[in-house]
Design a protein around this ligand. Structure first.
Ligand code: TTP
Ligand code: MG
Ligand code: MG
Length: 419
């Protein structure tokens, strides 16, 4: 392939982080375009709201979504309950409303905001579509969740021009053309800085950062802007008098190691200096899907049999739904238990024909359960289906999938986890 730049000028490592703007809310605006520009928050209960909206005030009319008058939508001021906001449109954010805020509190800030619940199916569908739009242009993409990815721009045509801005623009346009959704992109020498940069010009923005911008652009930011410094580490750093990334960079690495341990302390020093060599790992297909849940109180296989049985069946159904939604079947069905003393055990069994049937998964998982000691109380139960294939693959090996990377895309939900 012809080099984009002269041979004496080596390619700069250019890594992008792309994050969709107000993702769940933007997905709703696609089907209710009459709400564009208005404050809308996503949160609360089921999608019964759709039925109500579609039937109209007298409960009989069948209305098309885009013709439903704005006045008919539920408002935040009428919300009663303990729900929290998942996300908010940028129009709503101007009122100080945002992710993780209680809905009743948000109602005091922006009573006129429209409330809609999330539609996970729709969100996942758009998630797949925008990612496909990216890989058509830039194949080295790493999935980092429902609305964000890392992309290696280094060797992609346009990836070096204006530091990556040209390619970023092209990707934004392609995503918009295919979905009607906007996103923000940060391009930087590595993933660490790209992740920060993608937030600089939200929404619908592009931000290009070079290694030499570290001092001016990155060091004034708060330490919590570093992906990996969470609330606990942030608080501890604050107690030590370190608020900004620049202050972190100024610390002696040994001092950081003294406070945070060898690996975290050394890592903190590295990231504060903008260093990150981690590659963008192209996401392979998942090898397994699983659901697990930690109980509110430890349960006993005999004394809490009914409760445990119901949870077990529910987990099997959820895994089956995940498989069906994502279009997989699997042959190896397994369980995971954690006892009250935190020891864990797993068992699995492989069946002749791959399945995504909840009853089959439940039956085989039940057989696995019979093979573990159940005297102790349990704190966690999980169900897993592995050996995944796409149904309809002509030859079993053709549908067989590669091992997942370190960050499999776990199905959304509180009980979801890959194990
Ligand atoms: P984010 O990318 O964090 O937020 P966003 O896309 O809504 O807004 P922004 O423009 O600032 O990127 O999260 C992506 C989606 O994930 C978001 O639309 C809703 C969901 N989400 C949750 O379910 N819980 C949360 O706490 C957050 C922050 C997001
Ligand atoms: Mg987002
Ligand atoms: Mg995101």
């Amino acid at each position: 392939m012809a080099a984009v730049t002269a041979p004496d000028k080596p390619l700069l490592r250019r890594i992008a982080h792309l994050d969709m703007d107000a993702f769940y809310a933007s997905v709703e605006l696609l089907r209710y375009p009459q709400l564009k520009g208005l404050p809308v928050v996503i949160g609360g209960g089921r999608r019964r709201v759709d039925e109500l909206l579609l039937r109209g005030p007298d409960g009989t009319q069948e209305r098309e979504r885009r013709f439903i008058p704005v006045e008919d939508f539920p408002l935040l001021k009428d919300y009663v309950g303990r729900g929290v906001i998942t996300t908010a449109t940028y129009a709503a954010r101007q009122f100080g409303v945002g992710s993780a805020m209680g809905m009743m509190k948000a109602a005091r800030l922006c009573p006129q905001a429209i409330v809609l619940p999330v539609d996970f199916e729709e969100v996942r569908r758009f998630s797949r579509t925008f990612k496909e739009a990216i890989t058509e242009i830039a194949p080295v993409m790493q999935d980092r969740g429902v609305d964000e990815v890392y992309i290696d721009f280094t060797d992609v045509p346009g990836g070096q021009r204006e530091g990556g801005r040209v390619l970023a623009r092209l990707i934004q346009k392609s995503i918009f053309d295919k979905t009607g959704l906007t996103c923000s992109i940060g391009v930087a020498p590595n993933r660490l800085l790209a992740k920060m940069a993608s937030e600089f010009n939200k929404p619908n923005g592009i931000s290009v950062v070079y290694a030499e911008d570290l001092q001016e652009t990155i060091w004034p930011l708060g330490v919590r802007k570093v992906n990996g410094i969470g609330p606990k580490a942030g608080e501890k750093l604050a107690r030590l008098g370190i608020e900004t990334i620049g202050q972190l960079a100024a610390q002696d690495p040994q001092w950081l190691i003294g406070h945070f341990g060898k690996s975290t302390g050394a890592w903190m020093h590295r990231v504060a200096w903008g260093r990150d060599d981690s590659p963008v790992v192209t996401e392979s297909e998942p090898v397994s899907m699983s659901r697990e849940t930690t109980f509110d109180r430890d349960l006993h296989a005999v004394h809490d049999r009914a409760e445990l049985g119901a949870i077990f069946t529910d987990l099997c159904q959820r895994v089956a739904q995940d498989l069906q939604r994502k279009g997989y079947v699997g042959r190896t069905i397994g369980i995971k238990l954690r006892y009250d003393d935190f020891r864990s055990v797993t068992r699995d069994q492989t069946i002749p024909d791959p399945t995504h049937d909840p009853a089959t998964i439940r039956r085989v998982a039940g057989l696995c359960l019979k093979r573990v000691p159940l005297e102790r109380r349990l704190r966690l139960l999980g169900v897993r289906v592995g050996g995944l294939t796409r149904p309809g693959a002509e030859h079993p090996d053709e549908g067989r999938l590669q091992p997942a990377g370190a960050h499999g895309s776990a199905p959304a939900g509180t009980t979801a986890e890959l194990f």
